[in-house]
Design a protein around this ligand. Structure first.
Ligand SMILES: *Cc1c(COP(=O)(O)O)cnc(C)c1O
Length: 368
């Protein structure tokens, strides 16, 4: 029987094995492991890739988000109790970064076809206290930025991007991560650009924000033993930075491979009990971090695929407002977010899938 894992990181990273070995050796022998040349190089490469003025490496993607909000608090642009608009169906990290800073997340229903925040629902959630929108380009697809930009401008809201899942995607020829005031990236191993451990980054056009974040991430200090802020420690390892510089070179190629697999799934799968995602008109607006289908009998479909050797995952089984950690939010009614969490199933999609694996996945789903 076939055995197709959801993701095979050994295979994916194996493609860079000799380059990665060289990089690890170089850093190991250099005697310099934090805040060095490798960070500087990767930060510059990512900044030029997305066309941002500043990139700051961080320990992970959650820290990148937390640092953005923390810096706005330190700069007096946000204050305790301010409200931040965020999609109701995002990964918990987006919400954690808001509550961690004593800001209030205001959950907004997504669009059932794109899974992204529905701009039509944002206005009704704006109050006197609303100060920011955190957009999440979920599953790799850019949000409806025309409408969201207009809402942010009209209401003078900060626009922040959680770009953990959409590195390389474009809107109007601009890369995600450069579409708002500041953006967070995650290089968690399973992301489209993955490190061999935890890693993340912040990107911004603002020099002031960049300097503040750099200081906060380094114990609140930009001069050794002088602490301007009550900071934290969240830095990108030199080894991870060196590996990310190598893998960034092939990101576009890998994202294109993902697009071609998504296209094959969408044209090949014709099982009427399964709802497929739309291929957007602008193919550059999606990098297919995940290929997510919907089924009324999601668990039955997952079991059937498992029996046939195809591993699937659910992103995500429980929405944030129904998590014990956010019991204060459980009273709100978010039927679309709940429907999504009940019906979604992610099927394998990554650059190392072979033609015959893709065909087998399509055939197996069609026989369901
Ligand atoms: C992965 C992810 C994060 C967090 O990134 P880590 O590097 O795991 O901390 C944040 N937001 C979204 C939407 C993610 O998918």
């Amino acid at each position: 029987m076939r055995n197709i894992p959801f993701l095979n990181l050994k295979q994916i990273n194996g493609q860079y094995q000799s380059e990665i070995n060289t990089a690890i050796c170089r850093v190991a022998k250099s005697g310099w492991y934090l805040m060095g040349q490798e960070n500087k190089i990767f930060e510059q490469k990512l900044a030029s890739y997305i066309n941002a003025n500043h990139v700051i490496g961080t320990g992970n993607g959650l820290d990148a988000l937390v640092l953005i909000f923390r810096a706005y608090m330190e700069l007096g642009i946000l204050k305790k109790g301010d409200e931040v608009i965020v999609p109701a169906n995002t990964y918990i990290a987006s919400i954690l970064s808001i509550s961690e800073n004593n800001l209030t997340p205001v959950l907004v229903e997504p669009d059932l076809t794109t899974f992204n925040i529905n701009p039509e629902n944002i206005n009704a959630s704006i109050s006197q206290k609303t100060k920011a929108i955190l957009v999440v380009h979920l599953y790799g697809q850019v949000c409806a930025m025309d409408k969201i930009n207009a809402i942010a401008e009209a209401n003078k809201l900060l626009l922040i991007e959680d770009n953990a899942q959409a590195i390389g995607a474009e809107w109007n020829h601009k890369k995600t991560g450069s579409l708002g005031e500041a953006a967070a990236f995650s290089f968690y191993p399973g992301k489209n650009l993955g490190a061999l451990g935890d890693a993340g980054a912040v990107a911004t056009k603002s020099e002031e924000l960049a300097q503040t974040i750099r200081a906060i991430a380094n114990y609140g200090s930009s001069k050794k033993y002088h602490n301007e802020f009550k900071g934290l420690n969240s830095r990108l390892d030199e080894i991870q930075a060196a590996i990310l510089s190598i893998k960034l070179k092939t990101l576009d190629r890998n994202n294109n491979k993902r697009r071609s697999i998504a296209k094959r799934y969408c044209s090949g799968i014709n099982n009427s009990s399964i709802l497929l995602p739309d291929i957007p008109k602008d193919t550059h607006s999606h990098v297919w971090h995940l290929f997510v289908v919907r089924s009324k009998e999601r668990d039955r479909l997952a079991n059937y695929l498992k029996k046939n050797g195809i591993e699937t995952m659910i992103h995500y089984p429980i929405p944030p407002h129904l998590q014990n950690a956010y019991s204060g939010l459980c009273d709100i009614s978010l039927p679309i977010a709940e429907k999504i969490h009940n019906e979604v199933l992610s099927i394998p999609l990554h650059q190392c899938l072979t033609d015959s694996e893709i065909d087998y996945i399509i055939e197996t789903i069609n026989k369901y």
